[in-house]
Write a protein that binds this ligand. Sequence first.
Ligand code: ZN
Length: 221
Amino acid sequence: MERSLETQVSQAVDAWLRWVPRWEPATHRGRVAPCRRCLGSPILSAAGLGSDVPHGVQHGLSTRVKTIVDHAVAEYTSRNLPLLQAELDQQAARNRARGYRPAEGLAPEFEGLPLDPDPIPGQPFLFTLSGLANEEEAQVPSLPPLSEDAKIALRREVALADEYANLIGREVCGILLHHRLRIHAAIVEYVEPQVAAMLEELSQALDAPFDPRDAGDGLGL
Ligand SMILES: [Zn+2]
């Protein structure tokens, strides 16, 4: 029997709570582009994870909850939307034909993030993971084109799937409201002290007085 949405959301929050104690601030350069999954996400606002919470912490939760919505929509599609399901099956078969699929099978903390770091101006990468994946994709033959009628019918089913996704999304957000307290407690216990320590370190580095002896060494005096 399918687990209820309440159970699924509760288990997703449990999994995130088990992961949060292992979270550490990223030591590498921050990303320039905002994450499309997390920016303005109603899931995150329902969970009470505001923009003051580091993105890695947000992403771990938004991805786990999005998986629940995706799964519900996939169920609904397989039962009610035969044209869309056939299209998805074809795409899945096409994906399986590709040997290199770097975006699949990732942990929730990494899923949906860009595969490669932002390039540094003037220092192009020799190769990127997304570049390799795109090359492989080009070698898989395209799907046969759809007739106009089939396109219209398919668009209608896509709209129905969207509507259902919105419905489930709203329901999931309503359920998340009940988990806000334990989500907040984990932020206070594991995330805030690390963010505070990081800010403290930064302000110390900025406040460090200039020592003229350091400059003297440099001049060979
Ligand atoms: Zn994100």
